[in-house]
Design a protein around this ligand. Sequence first.
Ligand code: NAD
Length: 324
Amino acid sequence: MTQKTALVCGAGGFIGYHLVERYKKEGYWVRGVDIKKPEFSPSTADEFILADLRYPDQAKKALSLNGMVFDEVAQLAANMGGVGFINSNHDAEIMHDSALINLSMAEACRQAKAKKVLYTSSACVYPERNQLDPNNPRCSEDSAYPAAPDTEYGWEKLYSERLYLTYGKEYKMNVKVVRLHNIYGPECTWKGGREKAPAALCRKVAEAVEGGTIEIWGKGDQTRSFLDVDECVDGLRRIMMADHPLPALNLGSEEMISINDLALLIIRISGKKLTLKNIAGPEGVRGRNSNNTLIQKELNWQPSKKLEDGMRKLYPWIEKQVRQ
Ligand code: NAD
């Protein structure tokens, strides 16, 4: 096959869906793999395999390509969700499922002699002690150790980063590790318990009656930064295509905002008159922001879009889902 080939694991999920689209636009032959198909729009993958990647034989099948080798493997499959999911009694299943997926995938990639393997880790690997002040979080790549993530989800990500990096070193695999910081955009999970803050807030605003209130978990002064999925996919492609070895890299935005201010921004976009009601709920760390110094230096990458521009795309998409 002269056409380049890519395997996207987790292609039934939010970022995987968009990554498949991007590969197709670039002319790749793409196989998507997941335990489910995308929920909202059909995948554009050339082939979509339903497989449970926790099992080594299914990971092996995902990598098998008529005696050929995938040019690129993007491993995004994980048992994951937003703060309401990873902070409330799903730790054992998250650690069990995602560790098994990564153990099976790393070994299947080694056996298949995959040319390049990208693993999506998370900002959740960073130690809680550096994220106690909402206005001054520290999330540079070199601050990950001594390790002390605040969630078991973060510990599993850290373990799996080490797994892929060790496979890279000992088996001479070309491995790339990226730490994503809160990605948002159309096609994301927006209800059911796994949704992340931007989608949850858009849903609450879309469902609220004029003059009503929306509930915000915590005091709302906790801070985060959010990256538009198109910019995320752009960064993932740059990382995958880099021809020099890369350390684990942050991929996020440095435009930090409090959760209350994010809610107010969405309300403004909706055109409704609503007030915020802060209630007890899972909040995660007090503050988190991407630090893009290293990715800027290594790949000259920075997001170009403002949060408001991205939210102006997300809100109408969720509003439409709510109305359907
Ligand atoms: P997602 O939940 O939408 O996608 C993950 C996909 O993995 C899902 O479609 C799920 O069905 C699939 N999956 C779960 N178990 C599987 C199994 N046993 N076999 C095969 N597939 C399985 O999440 P996403 O937001 O698209 O995230 C993609 C990756 O990026 C994940 O690894 C996630 O941890 C990481 N990440 C995402 C964010 C974010 O803000 N979205 C932030 C940091 C890291």
